[in-house]
Design a protein around this ligand. Structure first.
Ligand code: ATP
Length: 286
């Protein structure tokens, strides 16, 4: 038996460069990991079977679960004739822009690589993960990286300076597909990705906060105005930097002080359920 931590990611920047012939979009985004994590318990089985159990009802526990798909790919590629039981203790909100499913899949790839003694390199695991989803390669490595292409071409950066992250997930769901359809690639203003990389390299917390930007915000705010209201509130409460993660609807703020993080938390907790105060992690999985 093995327990693997599967941390969520946030986007410090998210830019969409263009649409590709294969239907995907080319992106340029800076992602980092935060200390809000699912816990994945892997138990080896004698039978040739992949079994999923999860502590929330609205996530599939069959072949549609990304953790199942991760186990299946390894079983098939490495001709494994035994099985595994996967228990997902879900702490990351679902469909939130925090890569919850992708990080579970990545944790299963890392965990089973060890339990089944497959000896696959981390780069190879990331490549295998790409067939499950565009964010899986980043989640296999963790840390802080610029992701280009579909999200799989990773350039690693140092961890940002230590800080607190206040995550607020409104109840309203948004469809990533709808948001992509609403993006106006000609008219959008692009994040200062280069400036963000420099700010991270220089450990310039203020510079990082000033450059938080996500081109998907206007489309998500149009579909779910509540997301924009939450962002406004966090700014009013004095957050140093606030932006939406992924295609939303989670909005997060960065703060240097724990006291301020809890001020933001208390300001939101009265009228929404999913608010978290966590530390930014930013270092690759060891
Ligand atoms: P991203 O940030 O990569 O766009 P997300 O955080 O917005 O992802 P997820 O939480 O990964 O979204 O969920 C997206 C969909 O994936 C949901 O419809 C969910 O039912 C499905 N799904 C499959 N497996 C999982 C899993 N292990 N955890 C969460 N969702 C899963």
């Amino acid at each position: 038996m093995k327990v693997v931590k599967a941390p969520a990611k946030i986007n410090l920047t998210l830019d969409v460069i263009g649409k590709r012939d294969d239907g995907y979009h080319d992106v340029e985004m800076i992602m980092t990991t935060v200390d809000l994590a699912d816990r994945i318990q892997l138990t080896l089985l004698e039978e040739d079977l992949i079994q999923i159990d999860i502590n929330v009802g609205h996530v599939p526990s069959d072949k549609n679960n990304l953790a199942y798909q991760a186990a299946k790919i390894l079983k098939e590629q490495f001709n494994i004739k035994t099985g595994v039981s996967i228990y997902i203790d879900k702490q990351i909100p679902v469909s939130a822009g925090l890569a919850g499913g992708s990080t579970d899949a990545a944790a299963v790839l890392r965990g089973l690589n060890e339990l089944w003694s497959l000896g696959i390199s981390i780069d190879e695991l990331a490549e295998i993960g790409l067939s499950i989803g565009s964010d899986v390669p980043f989640c296999v490595h963790g840390g802080t990286a610029v992701a280009r292409g579909r999200g799989e071409k990773l350039t690693f950066l140092p961890a940002p300076p230590p800080c607190w992250v206040v995550l607020a997930k409104p109840p309203q769901g948004v469809s990533t597909k709808d948001i992509y359809q609403r993006l106006d690639l000609q008219m959008m203003t692009h994040p200062d990705t280069k400036g963000m990389i420099e700010a991270i390299d220089n450990q310039n917390f203020k510079g990082i906060c000033q450059r938080l930007e996500n081109v998907m915000e206007p489309a998500t705010f149009e579909l779910a105005p509540e997301v924009s209201n939450i962002k406004e509130r966090l700014i009013q409460f004095g957050a140093e930097g606030t932006v939406m993660s992924g295609s939303g609807p989670t909005v997060f703020s960065l703060t240097k002080s724990e006291a301020k993080a809890y001020r933001l938390y208390n300001g939101l907790k009265g009228f929404m359920d999913h608010v978290f105060v966590v530390r930014l992690l930013g270092n690759r999985h060891s």
